[in-house]
Design a protein around this ligand. Structure first.
Ligand SMILES: Nc1ncnc2c1ncn2[C@@H]1O[C@H](COP(=O)(O)OP(=O)(O)OP(=O)(O)O)[C@@H](O)[C@H]1O
Ligand SMILES: [Mg+2]
Length: 455
């Protein structure tokens, strides 16, 4: 729920509770007073009637004038108050009431209802009247509910009205003050969204409210820290993949300069041996031919390994043609089971040598994975460049329509290929997603800026 409405609702609820308590207190106080007045009235009326009975006993008054309320009604009966004399059977013998005053008319219905429900009958005062041990009935003094409620309302009504207006104004002020105070939260949200999208340059301005300003400071420190950690990570990843490349080049050089030379020499020696012993020892010649064949096969394997370790084509042919050659190799070895294709657009040829090498390696691993795990009918490579100058980006996707991860029994999911790809993408300051596609198959998606931050 919106914080403004939340606070306004809370204030209104608290105010309503205060109103109810205030009204209850006012009703209680008026009721106490009314009860006291009823008790006084019953007591005085009782004494008055007992006095009259004594006068009747002394024949200074007559029984016809009993009960004589004149003095009582003129002196102590309040507006809305009634006093009556009931006989021993409880029947009213004589009832005297004072009329309601104007205050009773303005009482709202709900207040009258609440008053009746809470108080009404509890205020009645009762007193017996007796003379010389003989009971002459019971005096009952009570108030008309409308009268006491009217008195109560007259004293608390204006106060409640004023308080209601005050609460209204308070709610309004709270709403607008909170609305104004929370404006910076929109900026904070925008900053957080930028950070989520990977924009580590996002910073927040200083805010007037201390709490929000603290958030701004923490946010700025966090994004600065995140920026430097990301840069460190990129630099590390770059160093790691560079070292890997360097190691591969070294192994390739050793294999080429040493093992390959020795295999060539072995091949040549075996050929020489074969020709020398062909006439005299045909069995030895056959052995020499076998040796020659094994050395040639080892040369072929070695050449394939060398191509994998050090794809010369990128330097010689450029990235696009090297990738096309890679795709052609896969097409040739799949023998029609899978159709590999590639599409490129934009200035992808202008990428730096190391960047091109990373792209090549990523595609190489993705195609190897597709051939190993996907059992696909088609595998599509797409390499595009978009945007201009500093904002230019490279987008690479390799998508297949195969069985997806886990679809093959030999897929253990714990290889080093995807990890290597991620390291390369981090080194390129880019983003990578790899996984099953909703439509089936497997998709790899890589995006990175053409201008990487320097490590
Ligand atoms: N195109 C694909 N189709 C189906 N599953 C795939 C595909 N590419 C990757 N995977 C799944 O992802 C897992 C991880 O791939 P990764 O390249 O890291 O390891 P690997 O190929 O099994 O081993 P390595 O690459 O180390 O030889 C694979 O084992 C496979 O389950
Ligand atoms: Mg792999």
């Amino acid at each position: 729920m919106d914080l403004k409405w939340f606070l306004v609702r809370r204030i209104t609820l608290v105010a309503l509770a205060c109103f109810a308590m205030g009204a209850a207190l006012a009703i209680y106080e008026t009721a106490l007073k009314a009860k006291r007045q009823n008790a006084e009235l019953a007591e005085m009326a009782g004494r008055q009637l007992e006095l009259q009975l004594s006068r009747i006993g002394r024949s200074t008054d007559t029984l016809q004038r009993f009960p004589d309320w004149d003095l009582i009604t003129s002196l102590i009966l309040q507006p809305g108050q009634c006093v009556e004399l009931r006989n021993s059977a409880g029947a009213t013998q004589n009832l005297n009431c004072a009329g309601l005053d104007a205050t009773a008319n303005g009482t709202p219905g709900w207040f009258l209802w609440a008053y009746r429900a809470l108080i009404n009958d509890r205020l009645t005062a009762v007193r017996s009247v007796s003379y010389r041990g003989v009971s002459h009935g019971t005096i009952v003094a009570q108030y008309n509910a409308a009268a006491t409620a009217g008195h109560t309302w007259a004293s608390v009504g204006p106060l409640l009205g004023f308080a209601a207006a005050l609460v209204g104004v308070l709610c309004l002020v709270t709403y607008f003050v909170i609305d104004r105070a929370l404006k910076p939260t929109k900026q904070i949200l925008t900053g957080l969204n930028r950070l989520t999208r990977g924009d580590l340059a996002a910073r927040l301005p200083a805010f007037r409210l201390r709490e929000l300003n603290r958030i701004s400071e923490v946010f700025n420190a966090l994004s600065a820290e995140l920026g430097s950690v990301t840069e460190e990570r990129t630099a590390l990843a770059r160093r790691l993949v560079d070292t890997q490349e360097e190691e591969r080049r070294h192994i390739a050089r050793e294999l080429h300069d040493d093992v390959a030379q020795k295999l060539s020499a072995l091949c040549a020696n075996a050929a020489y041996l074969r020709t020398r012993v062909q006439g005299e020892a045909p069995a030895l010649a056959a052995e020499a031919r076998d040796l020659e064949r094994i050395a040639s096969e080892a040369m072929l394997t070695l050449r394939r390994t060398l191509t994998y370790l050090r794809p010369q084509e990128i330097d010689d042919l450029g990235l696009v043609q090297s990738l096309e050659a890679l795709v052609a190799q896969h097409n040739a070895s799949s023998q029609g089971r899978t159709e590999y294709s590639i599409e490129t657009s934009g200035a992808v040829e202008k990428l730096k040598a190391e960047t091109s090498a990373h792209v090549y390696r990523i595609v190489q691993e993705a195609l190897t994975n597709a051939s190993k795990h996907a059992n696909a009918r088609s595998v599509q490579v797409m390499l595009t460049q978009s945007g201009e100058a500093d904002g230019a980006k490279i987008h690479l996707s390799v998508v297949d329509d195969g069985v997806g991860p886990g679809g093959q029994s030999n897929s253990n999911g714990g290889g080093a290929g995807l990890i290597g790809m991620r390291e390369r993408v981090v080194a390129l300051s880019g983003k990578i997603t790899a996984g099953p596609l909703p439509s089936g198959g497997f998709g790899l998606d890589v995006e990175f800026p053409t201008l990487q931050r320097s490590a």
